[in-house]
Ligand binder design. Structure first.
Ligand SMILES: Nc1ncnc2c1ncn2[C@@H]1O[C@H](COP(=O)(O)OP(=O)(O)OP(=O)(O)O)[C@@H](O)[C@H]1O
Ligand SMILES: [Mg+2]
Length: 422
């Protein structure tokens, strides 16, 4: 476990990109890099393992621009070409001029190198180079630059996907996913869609007191027809900023889904919705693993017991290995303090597993039960209090924002005011 975390930490040392930055996945393009130094080759090699590069076909060569010149005399250029430059600007520009004669018109070129000079950058732009990366670079620098070339308007408009998954059945993963989405869409005013991925038994529609005739299954079973219009028609509106792609929760068919079952619908949602909360069932199938691995943020919900403890460890290790350039998942320990239930101390998560829970949520049968029975969110039942505050904080942390400071007036406030005046 620690090895996996250390590996990620050392990879991020040279990185200038925050691991929490939302970067859109690259489309199915061919990418070739011609590197001069091992450090840059290592960064590009490491990027191949990244979830956002899963569709791209990447090859790394040594020898820099001269090797690229030799290669493309007899082979077509790829969609994206990355060239590492040495410290001689004139030589690099001369190589680029020669390459221009061999390069396909659609090929985009990124240059990386140690030359920190505006004049050089201007000359690169004049020659049609799409971007320049100042070395040293980390894998995320390369991925973000490559992604920005193919996703157009920049990283900020891309939808952030948040996968919420439980360590056991019934730990409260869906409840937390729905309340988090509510907090993001109401307090933070970010347009949000919840996707209920539990096709057979999902409760999102019940929890929001909705009964939509269509939902996520209509998209999953018609992958060829999926586009923004279709997905728009399948959404059920829960509030101004919150919509739902509900699960059918019908057992008239079976749901043996393929690994890529949710790819198309999530891709379409990402182009139009800033925040997509994925309410996942407690499963580890090929599609569930794929959805969790490719999410921008993963939230693991556990209870303070031995089975959760073991599963948290396994899930953290599996996800960290598959997502080497990402922040580790967030851990939420739910249903803490259930009367008469023996519990493992929360401190064990941090002490033994070295994972600090992002939040602990008390067991409160009355509050959660009445929310459930009335098809309401916790914040609708109880505007202020410990639990709504936890969801508020989780929403800000998930979006990478600063918490909203609420003016809490203390009963001693008038006294303090008088004393200050005096
Ligand atoms: N902190 C809490 N206190 C009391 N009850 C809770 C709490 N959190 C969730 N619950 C209740 O636990 C039950 C299960 O919650 P939920 O359906 O969200 O779990 P899940 O992990 O999504 O389950 P599944 O494995 O079926 O997907 C619900 O009745 C919910 O109201
Ligand atoms: Mg659930």
């Amino acid at each position: 476990m620690r090895e996996a975390l250390d590996l990620a930490a050392s990879q991020q040392e040279t990185e200038s990109v925050d691991p929490g930055t939302v970067i859109a996945p690259l489309p199915r393009i061919s990418v070739q890099a011609f590197c001069e130094t091992q450090a840059v080759a290592d960064a590009v090699e490491a990027s191949i393992l990244d979830r956002r590069m899963a569709r791209a076909h990447v090859k790394v060569h040594m020898g820099g621009a001269p090797a690229a010149l030799a290669a493309y005399r007899s082979a077509p250029t790829p969609n994206l070409l990355m060239l590492e430059s040495g410290s001689d600007a004139g030589q690099m520009l001369a190589h680029l001029d020669q390459l221009a004669e061999l390069c396909d018109a659609a090929t985009r070129v990124i240059v990386a190198g140690p030359i920190n000079d505006v004049g050089f950058y201007r000359e690169l732009t004049r020659r049609g180079v799409s971007d320049y990366l100042l070395t040293p670079i980390g894998p995320l620098d390369f991925i973000r630059t490559a992604s920005a070339l193919y996703t157009g308007e920049g990283v900020d408009v891309v939808g952030r996907t948040i996968a919420v998954i439980g360590t056991k059945g019934g730990v409260g993963a869906s409840t937390i996913a729905h309340n988090l989405a509510w907090a993001i869409s109401s307090a933070q005013k970010v347009n949000t869609v919840i996707v209920d991925l539990d096709l057979g038994f999902g409760t999102a529609a019940l929890d929001f007191d909705q009964d939509p005739p269509q939902g996520v299954a209509d998209a999953v079973f018609a992958p060829d027809r999926i586009d923004a219009n279709l997905v728009d028609r399948l959404l059920a509106k829960c509030s101004d900023n919150l919509s739902l792609l509900a699960a059918p929760a019908m057992l008239d068919r079976v749901y043996d889904l393929q690994e890529t079952a949710f790819d198309a619908v999530i891709d379409v949602l990402r182009t139009s919705t800033p925040c997509i909360v994925l309410d996942m069932p407690h499963l580890w199938t090929s599609w569930a693993r794929r959805v969790a691995v490719s999410a921008d943020e993963v939230i693991i919900v556990a209870e303070p017991d031995l089975a959760s403890f073991r599963n948290v460890k396994n899930m953290f290790v599996a996800l960290k290995q598959a997502r080497p350039n990402d922040r580790p998942p967030k851990l939420i320990v739910n249903k803490v303090g259930m009367v008469k239930r023996p519990e493992l101390p929360i401190g064990d998560f941090s002490k033994v597993l070295e994972i600090e829970p992002s939040a602990t949520i008390p067991f409160d049968a009355a509050l959660f039960g009445s929310a459930l029975n009335n098809g309401r969110m916790i914040m609708e039942i109880q505007a202020n209090g410990k639990v709504p505050e936890i969801f508020d904080q989780l929403a800000t942390a998930t979006l990478g924002r600063q918490p909203i400071v609420k003016n809490k007036s203390s009963i001693l406030a008038p006294l303090f005011k008088k004393l200050r005046r005096a």
